[in-house]
Design a protein around this ligand. Structure first.
Ligand SMILES: Nc1ncnc2c1ncn2[C@@H]1O[C@H](COP(=O)(O)OP(=O)(O)OP(=O)(O)O)[C@@H](O)[C@H]1O
Ligand SMILES: [Mg+2]
Length: 256
């Protein structure tokens, strides 16, 4: 099961990523959760303390490692495009509540698309994750869609777009669907978050085809309380966990 969780800013990508990761971990699965947001906060949502989060060096900042693996020359003009990275998730992941967290960081790609050893290494690691046959891989993506076009998540089984009940979110879902098809990602699913009432839910059901809708998570002050306290929503919000468990059950059916 390999999903990239995407959507607009603040819709609940990290909340969903962390909760799914912990549900799978509690089942005894090997779970790799990749934080692909430069404004990394998946660690906190998985249950790390702020100090533990601050101590993590993102992979993109490991210049020496990139140099060693890609054999880059000092002027960065020559390096391997297919460095060996299969051992990196195990070596550099931070384990938290049964989840292996990989903080990827970002490499400034500028306007032209970056060709630097760090970027080559990041991409190689992300595609290596997709070869881990029986493992669960969850990518918590940066808000917005432009990074999807760079192909960071192109090898995932599916994209999950987190939306809020509103027309702009529905538009985002349609845009992601188009992009995914360009990238060859066949499945795009939707989780509607911060649903307040039946009218919100009806709006979602009218605008998202049933086969694409994984489910709804209701607006829930427990999730906000968890965030305010810098804690994992998984340890704070039983109602949300039950809703996300149902979403996971549909994902489980995809796997079989
Ligand atoms: N169902 C919900 N009910 C109430 N608050 C929620 C719900 N889901 C998420 N939130 C709150 O919304 C805020 C954003 O959530 P989260 O960080 O998961 O979103 P995100 O999409 O990852 O944001 P970003 O784009 O900044 O990465 C957080 O304060 C979170 O606690
Ligand atoms: Mg986030």
């Amino acid at each position: 099961m390999k999903v990239a969780i995407t959507g607009k800013g603040g819709v609940g990508k990290t909340t969903l990523s962390s909760t799914l990761a912990r549900l799978y971990a509690d089942e005894g699965r090997t779970v790799l959760a990749a934080d692909v947001d430069p404004d990394a906060n998946l660690g906190l949502a998985l249950g790390l303390t702020q100090e533990e989060v601050d101590a993590i060096i993102p992979i993109s900042k490991m210049r020496e490692l990139a140099k060693e693996r890609t054999g880059a020359s000092d002027d960065n003009r020559f390096y391997k495009l297919n460095p060996y990275v299969a051992d990196i998730p195990e070596k550099f992941a931070k384990s938290i509540n049964g989840v292996k967290l990989l903080v990827m960081g970002t490499v400034d790609v500028g306007g032209t698309g970056c060709v630097c050893p760090e970027h080559v290494m990041l991409k190689s690691i992300l595609s290596a994750l997709t070869y881990r046959k029986n493992d669960v891989v969850i990518m918590d993506m940066e808000a917005g869609l432009e990074h999807l076009g760079r192909g960071t998540a192109a090898n995932m089984d599916q994209f999950i777009v987190v939306i809020e009940p509103g027309s702009r979110s529905v538009q985002t879902y349609r845009n992601v669907k188009r992009l995914a098809s360009d990238l060859g990602v066949k499945r795009v699913r939707v989780v509607a978050n911060k649903v307040r009432d039946d009218r919100d839910e009806a709006f979602i059901r009218e605008n998202i085809p049933a086969e694409d809708l994984l489910g709804c998570i209701h607006y829930n002050p427990e999730i906000m309380d968890a965030d305010r306290n810098g804690k994992s929503p998984y340890d704070f919000s039983p109602t949300a966990i039950e809703e996300i468990r149902k979403i996971k059950a549909i994902l489980d059916r995809d796997e079989t």
